[in-house]
Design a protein around this ligand. Structure first.
Ligand SMILES: [Zn+2]
Length: 364
């Protein structure tokens, strides 16, 4: 008998890519338990039947006589505090793709044939409307029109049922929009192994990211927020550790605090300013708002707003933004970066900006 090789994702979240190396773009991560037929191999990488590549080490390989494939007959929604869950009961955990826009989320189930006769999705705090269509060959596509600012989502398998959890905007009052929120601050780098960028005199980025995060925590707490920090001291954290904390805490929003380094051929004297980085649409508005707010209120140079696929912009559970608050190597900017009064002013302005964005996001 000539069997098929089947990959089952064993990583908490399988990294699917457009080709067989880390040079290739990321696709929607595959939830743990996802199964697909292996149709090719290249080094340590497996090509799955729906087109994506994944590292063999994130999977367990078994054999089967028929490819993993599912019929879908229904979809239903249910509520839990702060979230709407949409359940897709399947026969096999199939690969999924998510496409987001500023106000919608489209979920595609691969290797799936619809025989759908029941859909029970109630419009609610997160979902304005729900539509779906069968696509050939063997795909089912579900489009969720969202209400207002999309806040975040999670995707996982409960057995063979796919659960898409959509986050509601936080229930806060416009006059005190940070009261009742949880804000995660991630001071970049840390420890002697990871100094980050260096100033002209060797002063490490890891120290100033911690100072600013501590000042920002105080300013946010004064506005009623609960603040969680990924590190309080000089701990050595991997990006994955920081992301795990975000996924575990499920903060209202997450900010990773950094200062920039120049690439080797960069011009240290003429490169300066505030940069912000986002990846998912729910973080774009926050990224633009904080960049423009800091630049205008503090009269700092604008380095710009970037879409960037970074570990700390990839969490989907909350708007996650990475801030580069200046260039360590620019001598003039370095003076501003390390000046204690300027640090206090920066932290207070950032807290004011976060509060102003939150007020706008919940009233839109
Ligand atoms: Zn950094």
């Amino acid at each position: 008998m000539n069997g098929l090789a089947i990959a089952t994702v064993v990583a908490a979240s399988g990294t699917a890519r457009t080709g067989p190396s880390t040079d290739y773009s990321r696709l929607t991560p595959l939830p743990q338990g996802t199964q697909a037929t292996i149709i090719g191999r290249h080094g340590d990488w497996l090509r799955l039947d729906y087109g994506a590549w994944i590292r063999a080490s994130e999977t367990q390989i078994s054999s089967a006589t028929v490819p993993p494939h599912s019929i879908i007959r229904s979809a239903i929604s249910r509520q839990r505090p702060g979230w709407t869950e949409v359940l897709f009961p399947l026969e096999v955990p199939v690969p999924v793709t998510v496409n987001q826009t500023a106000d919608s989320l489209t979920l595609t189930l691969h290797n799936t044939t619809p025989q759908t006769d029941t859909i029970y999705i109630q419009p609610d705090a997160a979902i304005a409307s729900f539509t779906w269509q069968p696509l050939l060959p063997d795909q089912a596509q579900y489009r969720l029109q969202l209400r207002g600012q999309p806040w975040g989502y999670q995707l996982h398998y409960e057995g063979t049922t796919l659960v898409l959890s959509l986050r509601h905007p936080p229930a806060v009052a416009p006059d005190q929009p940070l009261r009742g929120t949880t804000i995660l601050l991630d001071p970049g780098h840390g420890s002697e192994n990871d100094l980050g960028a260096r100033g002209p005199n060797g002063y490490p980025e890891k120290d100033v990211t911690l100072i600013i995060s501590q000042l920002l925590r105080t300013a946010l707490e004064a506005k009623g927020a609960t603040v969680v920090m990924t590190r309080e001291g000089d701990e050595d954290l991997y990006p994955g550790d920081r992301v795990d904390i975000i996924n575990q805490i499920e903060p209202t929003l997450a900010l990773s605090i950094h200062y920039n380094a120049l690439p080797d051929a960069g011009d240290a004297l003429n490169t300066a300013g505030i940069g912000t980085f986002w990846y998912h649409p729910q973080a774009q508005g926050l990224s633009i708002f904080l960049h423009d707010y800091l630049v205008s209120v503090l009269n700092r140079p604008a380095y710009g707003i970037y879409w960037n696929n970074l570990a700390l912009t990839r969490p989907t559970v909350a708007p996650s933004v990475l801030l580069e608050l200046g260039f360590m190597i620019n001598p003039q900017e370095f003076e501003w970066i390390t000046d204690p009064e300027a640090q206090l002013q920066l932290a207070q302005t950032l807290a004011d900006g976060i509060e102003a964005w939150m007020r706008q996001a919940i009233t839109n």
